[in-house]
Ligand binder design. Structure first.
Ligand SMILES: O=C(CO)[C@H](O)[C@H](O)COP(=O)(O)O
Ligand SMILES: [Co+2]
Length: 277
């Protein structure tokens, strides 16, 4: 896909409007999120409609201007992006802190950036990456808030019981992903490869947008693709960090079919644009 966003049409943040509507309508949209079966249907059906032979571009909100978050994510959706990438960082597993599910009763306050707010605003799928210690503690809240795909790091300093956490995510109705830091070998996830929906290769050291792509990860992507073929499984293979229009071909050739685009996907100083593939 290759698309350019149009400028958000309303001067009033669309997020605010949607959340007001939700509240004015007796909170019906809020109630949906407290009912697990509806959340389950939403997450699985929404993600399953995508073909793994297409390339998904997933802009990362880490590169957005958070004071204009609603406008900027809406613009990338209008541009034709299908998934939005949300990094949850706790300042412990990675040296940065981002957003939570919702700190104020599921979007009660319109100014609070949260996963709930994004899910109310967007039709786009929310692909959530938990770069935190003990992600299992937060899985239910993020799924209730509207995450369609929940990915957790495989490193022991984040997720102690990876297989259990993957099953937890799936049992709550979302797609489950596992994430590897650049230094982590594929052997760390081999034993969950038959149960995950997505494997994400970090191609920068996680924490910040705008870093340079670590070239050694291309080989890791092709090894992962080969390992999946050997095992007869076909998870999404996603790459995150330093992916740009000039190196996207390398990771696609290596076998990736989902690309996170931070600084290449959302520019804070200009009108947001989608990464051409
Ligand atoms: O996980 C991340 C950094 O840790 C983010 O997804 C980040 O937004 C990627 O940004 P860029 O494409 O600019 O490298
Ligand atoms: Co990310």
């Amino acid at each position: 896909m290759a698309a350019t966003a149009s400028s958000p049409s309303s001067s009033l943040c669309a997020t605010t409007v949607l959340l007001r509507k939700g509240n004015l309508n007796g909170g019906g949209r809020l109630a949906t999120h407290s009912l697990l079966p509806q959340t389950t249907v939403r997450a699985t059906v929404r993600v399953d409609k995508f073909s793994k032979s297409d390339i998904i571009v997933s802009p990362s909100i880490l590169s957005a201007n958070f004071s204009k978050l609603g406008e900027q994510v809406k613009a990338v959706e209008v541009a034709g992006c299908d998934w939005i990438h949300v990094d949850v960082m706790d300042g412990r597993f990675v040296p940065n802190i981002t957003i939570g599910p919702s700190l104020s009763g599921r979007g009660k306050y319109y100014f609070e950036p949260s996963v709930f707010l994004l899910s109310k605003l967007l039709v786009m799928k929310i692909s959530l990456l938990q770069m935190i210690v003990e992600p299992e503690q937060r899985v239910p809240d993020f799924i209730k808030a509207g995450a369609d795909i929940v990915s957790v790091h495989c490193e022991q300093s984040s997720t102690i019981h990876l297989h259990r956490t993957v099953n937890q995510i799936k049992s709550l109705g979302a797609k489950a992903g596992v994430v590897l830091n650049p230094a982590t070998p594929l052997s760390a996830i081999e034993y969950v490869l038959d149960v995950v929906d997505l494997v994400l290769i970090m191609s920068v050291n996680p924490g910040f947008g705008g870093q340079s792509f670590i070239e050694s990860q291309v080989k890791k992507i092709s090894e992962l693709r080969r390992l999946c073929a050997e095992k007869g499984v076909n998870p999404w293979i996603e790459v995150d960090g330093g992916v740009t229009p000039s190196n996207a071909y390398k990771v696609i050739e290596a076998g990736a079919n989902a690309l996170v685009a931070g600084s290449a996907g959302i520019k804070t100083s200009k009108r947001p644009v989608a990464l051409p593939v």
